[in-house]
Design a protein around this ligand. Structure first.
Ligand code: FES
Length: 77
């Protein structure tokens, strides 16, 4: 199972080297860097992949996943 890390003020980073990014026709995009970083600011010149423009553009996105509390047995609710 792939894990996707949401970077603070940055891209989605796919933490799996076996990932393939395909277009709507099913054709694979060439991937030049790993891990794959997918743009979420919408300003990348290499759309779909992050080119770090988010930093110059001042993109901010600091939302986090909700905190989950564990039960007494350590299991998640
Ligand atoms: S998130 Fe990096 S360029 Fe968009």
């Amino acid at each position: 199972m792939a894990t996707i890390k949401v970077r603070r003020n940055g891209p989605y980073v796919v933490l799996d080297d076996e990932v393939t990014v395909i277009d709507w026709n099913g054709r694979a995009y060439p991937v030049k860097r790993r891990p794959v970083a997918l743009c979420r600011c919408g300003r990348s010149s290499t759309r779909r992949f992050c080119d770090r423009t988010h930093a110059q553009a001042g993109f901010t996105a600091e939302e986090t996943a909700p905190v989950q509390t564990r039960g007494e047995d350590g299991e998640e609710p």
